[in-house]
Design a protein around this ligand. Structure first.
Ligand code: 3AM
Length: 177
């Protein structure tokens, strides 16, 4: 199975993000139910390895914290535009949780994640590059700032590629205290 670790988002926040999800030609908007904040992409693992991942994540003692989505940005540029995302206000507790997850997963035998953690919520990927329209879109919504929300757990998701797109299923949740 293909796994990743993420924060789920409250329904009202997903609705707020949905309200951003229009007006950009070439965008493939993420299904509202699928909106999430990835903490660690794991990738394809076997059953035993999945059990090890679950055991490692279960051992994490993390504290609850508040998180605020703010601003919009993009990954990739003209040549290969990859994603439009909502950003996250700087958050030490989030970075700390992500570091704990990384350490736990490495102890469980996973190869280290080489990319620096850049917290974001992907809103869209692209079947065609909207060109300048994307800059206009981002600038027009640059004041985007959502209500803070309380992070009380993190989630291990599986991801299946179906005809209609990715289907994410929560496999386990890990409470923060
Ligand atoms: O949370 P976002 O949408 O930014 O792009 C995938 C998605 O990111 C990313 O993991 C998240 C859950 O699917 N992802 C997919 N393949 C990946 C890979 N090989 C990857 N991240 C890193 N390496």
């Amino acid at each position: 199975m293909r796994l990743f670790v993420a924060l789920s988002l409250p329904a009202d926040l997903r609705s707020r993000l949905c309200a951003l999800s229009s007006g950009l030609p070439g965008a493939r908007w993420v299904d509202p139910a699928n909106l999430h904040l990835t903490l660690r992409f794991i990738g394809e693992v076997g059953g035993h390895e999945a059990d090890d991942v679950d055991a490692a994540l279960s051992g994490i003692n993390g504290k609850r914290f508040s998180l605020t989505l703010s601003g919009l940005g993009q990954f990739g540029g003209d040549r290969r535009l990859r994603a439009l995302w909502a950003g996250v206000e700087p958050n030490e507790a989030l970075d700390h949780l992500q570091a704990k997850i990384e350490t736990a997963l490495q102890r469980a035998g996973l190869a280290p994640e080489k990319r620096k953690f850049k917290p974001h919520v992907t809103l869209a990927r692209f079947k065609a590059n909207p060109g300048e329209r994307l800059q206009d879109y981002i600038v027009e919504r640059s004041l985007f700032r959502a209500e803070p929300f309380e992070v009380t757990e993190f989630v291990l998701y599986s991801s299946y590629l179906a005809h209609k797109g990715a289907i994410y299923a929560p496999e386990a949740t890990y409470p923060l205290i």
